[in-house]
Design a protein around this ligand. Structure first.
Ligand code: SF4
Ligand code: SF4
Length: 177
């Protein structure tokens, strides 16, 4: 836990420092995407989450909202024995991109005493897949991932490890003199 507190305290500065370089890296990765990228991401994701305990972190639940899809809303309302309309009125708002999100952070369903989720078994798909670093066609979500490096210490480590594992060099030619 102490280690995680330090990781979380250091993360904003580290993520901002790395962002410019990571942005360049992902631009090059998009230009020359290796065929095995998803496989590598899957490996890095698995390795990182073997050593990262989300129960000692909870930073995603503390600071951001997942998107609630219609399916999520139906499933969670049912679980809470609430009418969909009541659930939406009580907990959700529509954001500027027309997605249903939580009214406030930390998440209403987050237990700050032990970083658990009251609705874990029926939680939104976006929560169960966060930080999406093992998603198929990872190349399509590099911008989202960059943003997540500022929130999720595991996502930050995964991106930093990826940069070492699949180094990208600019194709820019250097003129001989
Ligand atoms: S629903 Fe659960 S997993 Fe999702 S943000 Fe809230 S507390 Fe976290
Ligand atoms: S997914 Fe990331 S931000 Fe969320 S609890 Fe796990 S390590 Fe922390």
């Amino acid at each position: 836990m102490k280690d995680m507190n330090k990781r979380l305290a250091d993360l904003p500065k580290l993520a901002v420092e790395a962002k410019k370089e990571s942005k360049k890296y992902f631009t090059n990765l998009k230009r020359r995407t290796p065929k095995n990228l998803d496989l590598v991401m899957h490996e890095l994701h698995e390795a990182e989450f073997k050593k990262t305990d989300c129960l000692s972190c909870g930073n995603c639940c503390k600071t951001t909202s997942p998107i609630f899809t219609e399916k999520d809303i139906d499933r969670i309302s049912k679980h809470l024995r609430m009418k969909v309309i009541d659930f939406e009125t009580q907990y959700l708002d529509r954001d500027e991109d027309d997605f249903m999100v939580l009214k406030s952070a930390p998440c209403t369903f987050f237990d700050e005493s032990d970083n658990t989720c009251f609705i874990y078994d029926v939680r939104p798909k976006a929560c169960s897949e966060y930080p999406h670093t093992n998603r198929k066609k990872f190349i399509q979500i590099t911008e989202l991932t960059l943003n997540n490096t500022e929130i999720c210490p595991a996502a930050y480590n995964i991106v930093e490890t990826l940069k070492k594992r699949l180094p990208m060099h600019s194709n820019k030619k250097v003129r001989r003199s």
